[in-house]
Unconditional design. Structure first.
Length: 196
């Protein structure tokens, strides 16, 4: 076997040094990993987080569908708002609606009183009207049903029913019924010199 020359000895020494540095770095200085990122969070906590995030992701389409449904329902409800440009015109429209509903049930309006238009919440205002009339029990029940089924959005705020003539089974009714308008119309009525 021939003796190694000077150049081969240096190459072997460099190779040995490189292997030694590699082994020190691999097993002594650098941390061992299992081929991925090491986390200090327990596996069960990570699984719970994953399940929660999956549930949130599954609920997004449902939340979007519910928002669309609510938007459609709001649009249908707002279709029942009074069609007026001022609160005063809305009060006049309420009086006309009540007269028509009473007449459709064969009831004559004895008296009516306009109430103050006031905001209910940020988006809507209430337009109350007090109506006083005399009718039979059947007419009153049918009229209440007509108010409930009216195309306008109406609500009963107050009601006082007294027996008028027991023999004829008639009632004297005093009711406060309200329609609704956008609250933005109240701003036009609050200008200086504007009247309700």
């Amino acid at each position: 076997m021939a003796a190694l020359n000077q150049r081969d000895r240096r190459a072997l020494l460099l190779l040995g040094a490189a292997v030694a540095v590699f082994l020190v770095l691999q097993f002594g200085v650098l941390p061992r990993t299992a081929g991925g990122v090491v986390s200090s969070t327990p596996v069960d906590v990570l699984e719970k987080r994953l399940l929660r995030l999956q549930q949130v992701a599954q609920q997004k389409p449902r939340a979007a569908a519910e928002a669309q449904t609510a938007g459609r329902e709001l649009g249908a409800m707002e279709h029942g708002l009074l069609k007026a440009t001022t609160p005063a015109l809305a009060s006049a429209q309420m009086q006309q609606i009540m007269k028509e509903l009473l007449t459709s049930q064969g009831i004559s309006l004895q008296a009516s009183e306009f109430g103050a238009v006031k905001a209910v919440g940020e988006d809507y205002a209430q337009v109350p009207l007090t109506v006083i009339f005399i009718c039979s029990i059947d007419q009153w029940i049918n009229w209440m049903s007509a108010v409930r089924n009216a195309p306008q959005l109406l609500s009963t705020l107050e009601m006082r029913v007294l027996q008028k003539e027991p023999a004829k089974k008639t009632l004297e009714v005093r009711m406060v019924v309200a329609g609704y308008i956008p609250a933005s119309l109240l701003g036009t009525a609050k200008r200086p010199g504007a009247m309700l």
